[in-house]
Every structure is written in C-alpha cells, then in structure tokens.
Ligand binder design. Structure first.
Ligand code: HPA
Length: 272
C-alpha cells in the first residue's frame, strides 16, 4: 500500500509541484465549480498509478489544481463508487494518495435523496455524522500503521470547527444549509420505500451511495473533513413518483450556483 501511494505521489507531485492543502470533491452533477477555477494543470485518473477510471455519467475522473478565488486548491472531478464493482481500497485510493501528497482539508460533496421532511430537493445539507449501511469498510484487512491506527475513533469524523465555519459562511451568503445525518448505501439500485422508512427510523436524514468510504479512510489518516449533500430528490416513498439518475443530475445542476459560492468562500476562509 505505502509503495503504491509513493508511486502515485511521484506522478501527482511531478505534475503539480506542491499539493494544495485543500481538496474538493465534486459529487454528481456538481462540476460547474471548475468553471470558477483558474486552472493551473490537470491530470486524468488514467495517468496516475493505481487510480482506476470512473465509469458513471456525470463523473469523469480527473484531478485539477488551480486557483479558486484567492486560494490554490485541488479538485477531484469524478469519484469511484463501490457499486461500480471497485473494491473499497480502490474507491478510497485517490483520497489516500492526495492525503499522502500533503492535502489536509477535504471538502466532500455528493448528491443525496432527502429522507427527513426538511430535506427538500434543491437544498444543501451539511453532514454532521453518517450511518454506514454499505456492508463494508475500507479499513478491513491489514492495518497500515503509517496511515493510521487499527481502531480509529469515529466520534467526530466531520470536523466541528469546519462545520461551524461553513454554517457561518452560508448564513452570510443567505444560503440555506440544513444539518443532518447521511446514510451511505452501496446501491446501485435506489432504495425501496421500506428501506428508506427503516433508515429514517434509524436516524438518517439523507441517503446516498458515496462519501462514507472516503470519510472513513481520511479520518483514519487524521485528516479534516467537511461534507455537504445536495438534496436532488425525495428518497423513495417519501414523495410521490419514481427516481432516476437523469433527474438527480438535473436537480444537482440547479443547486450548483449556491454550492459553488459556498465552496469558494470556504476555501478562502480555511486557508487564512
Ligand atoms: N438514494 C441513493 N442515492 C442517491 C439518491 C437516493 O435517493 N439520490 C441521489 N443519490
């Protein structure tokens, strides 16, 4: 593992020089942030050792470094999902590699279905905690002490300090940012209404198919994480009608503007 991380690091730092301290991951349909960036350089996942290529529409798989506002940041456009058939190790490898290269703060985003009645399509939810319903964990297997401890604490995966900052920014910008618990499922089928009902009773406010593996692996490495869900639909059975990926992408597009403003200001603030 460490050798693989070193190989990826060599290529990444060879391309970008120094790794920015902040990394932003853009979830489904949230790529327009890149248009706000003054791009310095970019590299396809396929060119980085041990990075697999994303296969889903709306996720391309490239790493971009550039200026967002006044700050130099890295941006992952496209992520690998467990449902694509990748192992947990493969899903989290890009995140481990960027952390290994020196990134300290990770802004994760995703598209999610709203479970709590307050989580309506078109709104943003700050993730306060998660429920792992993926039936797997990226830390299973031999522990790599150089990455982190065997039994990492998970009491505060999503940094309270960063969450407070983001809430203040949203408030200043007049963006509604609700707070809630994200349930990470493996997909790829959407949930049944009965499954959504079960997760609601277990305390989930929104549901999606990503973020949890990355958060576990980054927390293991002691990195700071903040994560936002863009609520793209009501989860199955919460509203009427059925779900499809095109609708999720199109709803995410409508939230992009307020999402981008929030992320841009966040990068300015965390780098101060
Ligand atoms: N369920 C799971 N994943 C999702 C959803 C959903 O309703 N919406 C966007 N990603």
């Amino acid at each position: 593992m460490i050798e693989k991380l070193e190989q990826a690091k060599k290529v990444i730092l060879g391309k970008f020089g120094e790794m920015p301290k902040t990394l932003i991951t853009l979830g489904s349909g949230l790529g327009s942030l890149l248009e706000k960036m003054k791009i310095e350089a970019e590299i396809d996942f396929s060119q980085i050792p041990h990075f697999k290529s994303a296969t889903v529409a709306g996720h391309f798989g490239k790493l971009v470094v550039g200026k967002l506002g006044t700050q130099r940041v890295a941006c992952l456009k496209g992520r690998l999902h467990y449902y694509e058939g990748y192992s947990m190790d493969e899903v989290v490898f890009p995140f481990r590699a960027l952390a290994w290269c020196g990134a300290q703060t990770f802004f994760l985003s995703n598209a999610a279905g709203g479970i709590h009645p307050d989580m309506k399509p078109g709104e943003l939810m700050l993730i306060t905690d998660h429920i792992n319903v993926m039936g797997n964990n990226p830390l299973i297997g031999a522990n790599h002490e150089k990455l982190g401890t065997r039994f990492p604490d998970m009491t505060q995966v999503y940094s309270i300090e960063l969450r407070t900052k983001l809430l203040e920014i949203a408030d200043r910008q007049g963006v509604k940012l609700r707070q809630g618990i994200y349930a990470g499922v493996h997909g790829p089928s959407y949930e049944t209404p009965a499954e959504v009902n079960m997760l609601r009773r277990l305390g989930a406010d929104a549901i999606g198919m990503s973020t949890v593996p990355e958060a576990i692996a980054l927390n293991h490495m002691g990195k700071k994480i903040v994560a936002v869900s863009c609520i793209t639909n009501l989860a199955a059975g919460v509203g009427e009608g059925t779900l499809n990926h095109e609708e999720v992408l199109s709803a995410a597009k409508h939230i992009q503007e307020s999402f981008s403003l929030l992320v841009e200001e966040f990068c300015n603030v965390v780098s101060e």
